[in-house]
Design a protein around this ligand. Structure first.
Ligand SMILES: [Zn+2]
Length: 391
């Protein structure tokens, strides 16, 4: 029964721990996610914009084509109008001609039926005396026929012109209908252009918003990152201080930190020389007489650095770090800590348990350094010791 209660408590604790962890999600991650989301939305909107632009170009092309068609049809209508006007003129000319010819004929005919008339027919009929009467009659008949033919010819021409005019008017009507259709089509296409233009504008403003959001979130992210880094640094310092102080209180029972033996192994297995010993020396960069807090072990960049003893990593930091460059601090318990500086890369992280001889970093020349080497320190309760006495 008691066991059951304990396991329930354990489970509840675990659940709490998990939910607490998720609640404590870093602000920088939240902003990063938001920045990524906004950037992805912007990208999607840009794709959408591309499609709308393509569609808009198509619609503009259509409007331009329909406009061309309209102007072609309008020009055809114009040509037909001119033609119809010309035909109207020709027809009225023919009408006038006809009228003249008909009235002339009427006059001739009327005169021929009247006594003592002086119509050309009569003149012709009686010219040359009675002997020629028959011949003259034939001639008159021919003149009449000629007149009639002339009239008919004009009539036919006029009829042909009228037919042509009718056809032209029909064609013009058709073209006008076509023009109306095209105009309505053009206004449809223009409406499409207008709506696509509005859509384009809307998407563009969305993209601008997303981009501004991305920028804002990135700024918040880097601000949060800086804060988090400062807080981490603070925590590391506290951890280092408490590890030194807790170890100094030898009566205190051990925590999870491994107990150090004070027996350290050489931290760079492949290189055993010392280019700069512990103690006062002229600093190679600052040129001043300075205290050297550790020993320098020269080795090519990338050479393996191992933990001098088992322990807990209490600091693993990339950066200049006050001249240490990328460096690691391992706490070995009993107040012992070791430092490994100027590394090119770090293989461990804060809180990690390491065993003696385990690879923790690689030799480099980061921080205040003139060439690749491992700066190795041994400290007891935070006070530097001569590492040569321990390795
Ligand atoms: Zn050094």
């Amino acid at each position: 029964m008691r066991k059951k209660v304990i396991s329930i408590v354990v489970i509840l604790t675990l659940i709490c721990a998990n939910s607490c962890l998720s609640l404590a999600a870093k602000d920088s991650d939240t902003y990063k996610n938001k920045a990524n989301e906004a950037a992805s939305n912007s990208k999607k909107a840009q794709e959408e914009l591309k499609e709308v632009k393509t569609e808009l170009n198509g619609a503009l092309q259509a409007v331009s084509e329909v406009s061309d068609q309209i102007s072609d049809v309008e020009s055809e209508i114009n040509t037909l109008s001119n033609k119809i006007d010309e035909l109207k003129n020709s027809i009225s000319e023919k009408e006038a001609d006809l009228k003249q010819k008909e009235s002339l004929l009427d006059e001739r005919l009327a005169a021929s039926y009247m006594n003592g008339g002086t119509s050309p027919y009569m003149d012709a009929l009686f010219s040359g005396g009675v002997v020629n009467l028959v011949t003259n009659y034939d001639m008159i008949k021919q003149i009449a026929e000629y007149d009639n033919n002339l009239i008919n010819e004009v009539k036919n021409t006029k009829a042909a012109l009228e037919e042509e005019k009718k056809q032209s008017e029909e064609a013009k009507e058709e073209k006008e209908k076509k023009s109306e259709e095209l105009k309505s089509l053009k206004s449809q296409k223009q409406a499409k252009v207008n709506s696509l233009t509005a859509e384009e504008k809307e998407i563009q403003s969305k993209i601008d918003e997303y981009d501004a959001e991305t920028k804002k979130m990135k700024k918040l992210e880097s601000e949060a990152l800086a804060k988090e880094k400062a807080a981490e640094e603070e925590a590391r310092k506290k951890a280092a201080a408490s590890s030194s102080s807790s170890s100094s209180a030898s009566s205190r029972s051990s925590s999870s930190v491994s107990k150090g033996s004070g027996q350290f192994m050489w931290p760079v297995p492949s290189s055993h020389s010392i280019s700069s010993p512990y103690g006062y020396r002229v600093h190679p960069i600052y040129g001043t007489k300075k205290f050297h807090s550790g020993i320098d072990i020269p080795a090519p960049t990338g050479t393996t650095i191992v933990a001098a003893d088992s322990g807990t990593v209490i600091l693993a930091s990339y950066g200049y770090n006050g001249g240490y460059g990328n460096y690691v601090i391992i706490s070995h318990g009993n107040g012992y800590t070791t430092r490994y500086a100027h590394c090119s890369s770090l293989s461990v992280s804060v809180g990690q348990q390491v065993s003696k001889g385990q690879k923790i970093a690689a030799v480099g020349s980061t921080g205040a350094s003139t060439g690749p080497h491992c700066h190795f320190e041994v400290r007891i309760n935070g006070e530097t010791q001569n590492p040569s006495n321990y390795v």
